[in-house]
Design a protein around this ligand. Sequence first.
Ligand SMILES: NC(=O)c1ccc[n+]([C@@H]2O[C@H](COP(=O)([O-])OP(=O)(O)OC[C@H]3O[C@@H](n4cnc5c(N)ncnc54)[C@H](O)[C@@H]3O)[C@@H](O)[C@H]2O)c1
Length: 104
Amino acid sequence: MFKIDEGFVRDLLRTSEAAIEGGERRILVTGGAGFIGSHTARRLLSRGDFVVIVDNLNDYYDPDFKKRNLIELAKDFPERLRVYVGDICDRELVHRIFAEERPT
Ligand SMILES: NC(=O)c1ccc[n+]([C@@H]2O[C@H](COP(=O)([O-])OP(=O)(O)OC[C@H]3O[C@@H](n4cnc5c(N)ncnc54)[C@H](O)[C@@H]3O)[C@@H](O)[C@H]2O)c1
């Protein structure tokens, strides 16, 4: 069973509030290499947000389509995009991403 670390959540909320007050939005987009996720990421990046994508590039359909989506995003928004290739069910990875990226 997943147990929430209260200190971690408190710390995260504080950081998020500070970031929002400062005007910076860092948005985590799961499945961001896919159809809906990549379009969502593009809209967020276009309005000035920082976007963190997590996608495992699975082979439900040709992963080359997904890689192409990521390449296009990275080409257009190199400064404000981070991509993690991995599974959102991987708890350690998700913890690391939250600790490093501090999505708001
Ligand atoms: N496309 C549509 O018209 C539509 C309409 C209604 C609902 N939806 C739903 O919206 C969601 C996204 O649809 P889509 O068309 O963008 O699909 P998609 O397959 O293009 O995108 C999903 C992305 O999620 C990634 N992914 C899947 N499991 C993952 C995991 N465990 N960890 C990390 N990444 C993972 C895949 O690699 C893929 O890139 C789906 O749940 C779909 O059922 C889609």
